[in-house]
Design a binder for this molecule. Structure first.
Ligand SMILES: [Zn+2]
Length: 678
């Protein structure tokens, strides 16, 4: 039997890969790469780009191309067998990357290029790669004594296993909860589209009635529309206690895992000579010092907090007018907010949904970037996919040459990780046999088509789609030929959200509405009058949202900055303190939000969640140039393409931004766009 992961492939053969193929493939690649590295170091007395860096990139590329579909399917088609094979590989991969990072001979070989004559003749991207590599060797503990190196390796492996465990617990807790409702009156207030979704979900499980789950489209609709307060309470409680001791099954409790993760990160940082994990995190980011991050967040909080308090007071007053008795609890906030929005702007999310069928939005979004960047996007149906809902598209340049390709997997379903994200399948890289063009995965969890009706998106979901596509373009439109700084590789983490948040701005332009909207029955564009209302409601509660993001950011940063092993409840203590400073909505006792905060405990955002706001300064400021010149101004579009999207991580984010904007970034555009007075 051949292993489809080890055959040469241009695109992964998703339907042919079996769980039993995973470990043998990874074992073979790791062994083969290790041998090649040893041979590289043995065979030469002096090193050059061609004799060292390029072969190292080839090995990296091979491993990530094979690992990519494995990790991707683990997220979107999860099952026990796959999960086991995937988790078994994690310690091996972690060991491999630590071994490389701590390989002193390899480090010295890179250092000899940096100090040699060739360096001056390398281009900016190549120099950046050498510099980044040397930095990463140091951050991997290349300079540590043997016993400390060993400890570093153990920590890395444990972290990789624990963060995976964290994510699995959330998935299990999410999948385990459901409730069948047979009395329709219990679901009063829910729009027809949600009722249809719940009915379809019940049907798929062989039930009659309406099945409530913790998948996001269901959870959010119930919180926003269910008149039944007890029901809102019930689903809210189930959602915010997932993977905690307050949840229904304590097997999936993440509390201990979180403490271990933060503790191990702290130990790792200290091994490397940093004062804290927050300091280590900043070593690869645009922000320089922890104080810079906290000052930035506090400055934003100061300018938003009084308006956020006002937003909440208004909401409370409104709820009382509507007959609400007692305090406004967190399971009431979305519900009354939607009612207030409807009353104030005569506009509801539900009204606009029929104008945003998923396929129309996709086509319109493609036209937007075709205009901005002079590219073409077309669908290709003949490729192999992992699920029938997945679509595949090709991006071509004006001259017809292929620039990149991507899979889109739009809808929520069981055994698919929640949220929305972009991931790399293949990265742009120039090899001897030719240019390898990039391939991306775009994953969302939107409401699926219900019966005969297409999937209809809320405007918030449209924004999410634009956001992820922004990441996708950063990955796919790159012109960098070297793997390590191509696309989003090598981009400072706090600048990574620039292209994605930047794209969101286009969802709010009247010119764009004509392209992305079209009623699913009549084809009519979103009426101007409705768009005006939507625009008027755009910054509804924006200060409340701002302080919530600031709360998450400060919480994340402080638990990684102030870690103290002696304080056993520190994670929740810090959260409490941060909430008392910047939160305006009271949180119930049972809330265990951190236990499902994957971004920081399982994803790459540890001591880096602030990156969203940091990059929003950049994205808002970048967009303000389009406001000055026109949203479809060709010259500005091409300027953004050339200075940001094409450059990937080949230069410092600040330098790239400044080249585009003609000056350094400032905070004003962000506050202006959020409707928060400066
Ligand atoms: Zn993003």
């Amino acid at each position: 039997m051949t292993n489809p992961l080890l055959e040469t492939f241009e695109l992964p053969h998703f339907s042919a890969i079996k769980a039993s193929d995973i470990e043998p493939a990874i074992d073979e690649i790791l062994a083969c790469n290790k041998e090649k590295i040893a041979a590289l170091l043995k065979g030469q007395s002096s090193y050059s780009w061609e004799s060292l860096v390029h072969p190292m990139e080839l090995m990296d590329d091979y491993l990530s191309r094979v690992w990519s579909p494995i990790g991707h399917l683990n997220s979107v088609m999860n099952n026990d067998e796959w999960r086991e094979a995937y988790s078994n590989c994690l310690p091996k991969l972690s060991e491999y990357s630590t071994e490389i990072g701590q390989n002193k001979d390899l480090y010295l070989a890179y250092l000899s290029i940096k100090k040699g004559n060739e360096y001056a003749n390398l281009d900016t991207a190549q120099k950046k790669i050498i510099d980044n590599s040397l930095r990463d060797f140091e951050l991997s503990g290349v300079a540590l004594a043997e016993d400390k190196k060993q400890r570093y390796m153990e920590i890395s492996q444990q972290l990789s296993t624990l963060t995976n465990q964290f994510e699995e617990n959330i998935m299990d807790a999410t999948n385990a909860w459901s409730e069948l409702v047979v009395d329709e009156s219990e679901l009063a207030g829910l729009p027809a589209s949600t009722m249809g979704l719940l009915e379809q979900t019940a049907e798929q499980k062989g039930n009659e009635g309406w099945l409530l789950t913790l998948e996001f489209p269901c959870y959010m609709a119930l919180m926003t529309y269910a008149d039944n307060r007890d029901l809102r309470y019930k689903i809210h409680r189930a959602f915010v206690t997932r993977a905690s001791e307050e949840g229904e099954n304590s097997d999936w409790d993440n509390t201990k895992t979180m403490a271990e993760i933060v503790g191990l990160r702290d130990e790792k940082a200290k091994l490397l000579g940093f004062a804290s994990y927050a300091d280590l995190s900043l070593a690869t980011k645009m922000a320089e010092e922890p104080a810079d991050v906290l000052t930035f967040l506090k400055q934003l909080a100061e300018r938003s907090l009084s308006m956020a308090k006002q937003d909440f007071a208004t909401l409370t007053e409104f709820a009382v007018e509507q007959g609400h008795v007692g305090e406004l609890e967190s399971w009431d906030v979305a519900y009354f907010s939607e009612k207030l929005r409807e009353a104030r702007y005569q506009f509801s999310q539900e009204q606009v949904k029929p104008y945003f069928p998923a396929n129309r939005v996709l086509a319109g979004m493609f036209s937007v970037v075709e205009k901005l960047y002079g590219i073409k996007i077309s669908e290709e149906t003949s490729v192999d996919k992992w699920h029938k809902d997945v679509q595949f598209f090709v991006i071509t340049d004006a001259d017809g040459s292929q620039r990149g390709r991507f899979y889109i997997d739009l809808y929520a379903r069981p055994h698919k990780r929640g949220g929305a994200w972009m991931d790399e399948c293949v990265t742009r890289f120039k090899k001897a046999e030719g240019l390898q063009s990039p391939v991306a995965y775009l994953t969302c969890n939107f409401t699926p088509p219900i019966g005969e009706n297409p999937s209809l998106l809320t405007h918030g979901e449209v924004e999410t789609l634009f956001h992820e596509f922004g990441h996708g373009l950063h990955h796919m439109l790159t012109k960098v030929d070297y793997l390590s700084v191509s696309g989003i590789h090598g981009v400072e983490w706090d600048a990574v959200e620039l292209p994605s948040q930047f794209m969101e701005n286009w969802c709010w332009q009247p010119e764009v509405m004509a392209l992305i909207s079209g009623h699913y029955q009549t084809g009519e564009s979103l009426p101007d009058e409705m768009f005006e209302k939507m625009l008027a409601a755009k910054n509804f509660q924006s200060a409340m949202q701002m302080v919530r993001q600031i709360e998450f950011s400060i919480f994340d940063f402080r638990i990684h900055l102030e870690y103290d092993a002696a304080k056993s409840t520190q994670i929740y203590d810090i959260l409490e303190e941060v909430r008392s400073e910047v939160s305006v909505v009271k949180t119930p006792e049972f809330n265990r939000f951190p236990n499902s905060f994957s971004h920081i405990f399982a994803g790459g955002y540890a001591a880096g969640y602030y990156s969203y706001k940091w990059a929003e300064v950049l994205s808002s400021d970048a967009f303000s140039l389009f406001e000055e010149k026109g949203v479809f101004d060709e010259e500005t579009g091409r300027l953004f393409l050339k200075n940001i999207l094409e450059k990937g991580g080949s230069d410092d984010a600040l330098a790239l931004f400044t080249a585009f904007r003609g000056r350094e970034p400032n905070i004003d555009a962000l506050l202006k766009h959020a409707g928060i007075a400066a």
